[in-house]
Design a binder for this molecule. Structure first.
Ligand code: SF4
Length: 365
């Protein structure tokens, strides 16, 4: 793995597609959240959601104009005591009163302790945090923070112990550590001290914890890449809260249509929402993206190929990790068509199709 970690950065396509991320690792670029901290915001926490959303849009424009400036000018800017990140945190906490963080849009008041599908109230819980050496070679050592809870209900989940299996059986307090914004920042900074080259928010899924993650950026200080590792079923509004602060995106792209998303993850309009979000981070966000696609048995025509077609057409800057690790776990044994691993023929067919479309996947798969 050490060899792959070194070799991957000698690949010209990888350097071309991840220039800012590499620059942050080398100290020649500044992490986006540190830049956002220098943008002053004048607002009152009693302002309406509509007014805060309007201001967020204005600050996003200001942020993106700032990115065009000379790096030395950016480095010399002062941190604001009421910054773009404070604004995003304030708005995130307003959304918690009628939660719309993901497209399930449960609209429960999580501040009052109510819980939606993910069963996470206003508090965030982490099940573990460590230097992950099993991620893609461009990411390791990755400072990975696993959040308890998920907004999906995948029948084949490989992290089912922290995403779903505890629900209705165990108290979350007994199996995970509660963290507020300041405590999460301490966890992240410790990972930096131990050699992490990114802070990798995963789970379960980080989406139910947008408010805590954004708030923690007020306390983090290191020039470290912020990485979002998620099923990507965010709403447009919650994606707006993080789109400018994340340097590197690691989204899952599981299904090439809405029907398979409903059948295996219990969610509506999967492809429509997830494709929309991929397009947004590609066009409006950092654009430094590694898409994970887990090849499922008997799902080459309905899922793998439509996803590859979409990536080739709409997301040309992205690289892909085409993954062959699918194995029937959790409840997948109940679905005959996915009750096996993908065959080597299926994997070869998907990879040849990606090659034909000119998608870059070999260095990270
Ligand atoms: S994060 Fe999603 S699943 Fe959880 S309460 Fe909010 S809308 Fe519902």
């Amino acid at each position: 793995m050490v060899f792959r970690r070194v070799v991957v950065w000698q690949n010209k396509e990888i350097l071309k597609r991840f220039p800012k991320y590499r620059g942050i690792i080398d100290g020649t670029q500044v992490a986006r959240y540190l830049i956002a901290k220098t943008i002053e915001c004048a607002y009152n926490s009693n302002d309406s959601v509509e007014d805060l959303e309007k201001l967020l849009k204005e600050k996003s424009l200001e942020f993106n104009e700032l990115l065009e400036k000379d790096i030395e000018e950016i480095k010399n800017r002062k941190v604001s005591s009421n910054s773009y990140i404070h604004l995003a945190e304030t708005l995130a906490n307003k959304y918690l009163e009628s939660c719309i963080f993901c497209e399930r849009q449960c609209e429960v008041n999580r501040i009052d302790g109510k819980k939606g599908f993910c069963l996470i109230s206003k508090d965030s819980y982490i099940s573990s945090a460590f230097l992950h050496m099993g991620e893609e070679p461009v990411l390791i050592p990755s400072g990975t923070i696993f959040f308890q809870g998920c907004n999906f209900g995948c029948v084949f989940c490989q992290n089912y112990d922290i995403s779903q299996a505890w629900k209705g059986k165990k108290n979350i307090e007994d199996i995970a550590q509660k963290v507020n914004t300041r405590e999460l920042a301490v966890v992240a900074e410790k990972l930096v001290d131990r050699g992490a080259i990114n802070i990798n928010y995963v789970g379960g899924d980080p989406i139910p914890n947008v408010h805590t993650i954004v708030g923690s950026l007020n306390f983090q200080q290191s020039n470290i890449c912020q990485l979002w590792n998620s099923n990507f079923y965010l709403t447009n509004k919650s994606l707006s809260l993080i789109i400018d602060f994340i340097d590197f995106w690691l989204p899952d792209f599981k299904y090439g249509n809405n029907e398979c998303g409903k059948k295996y993850s219990g969610i509506d309009n999967y492809f429509d929402f997830v494709a929309r979000n991929h397009k947004r981070i590609h066009d409006e966000g950092s654009g430094e993206i590694c898409i994970r696609h887990l090849v499922m048995p008997n799902h080459i025509e309905c899922c793998s190929k439509p996803i590859l077609d979409y990536v080739a057409k709409e997301l040309p800057k992205a690289v892909m990790n085409i993954m062959g690790q699918f194995r029937p776990q959790f409840k997948a044994f109940n679905y005959e068509e996915i009750n096996r691993r993908p065959t080597s023929e299926e994997m070869r067919e998907v990879k040849m199709y990606a090659q034909k479309l000119g998608i870059i996947f070999e260095p990270v798969s």
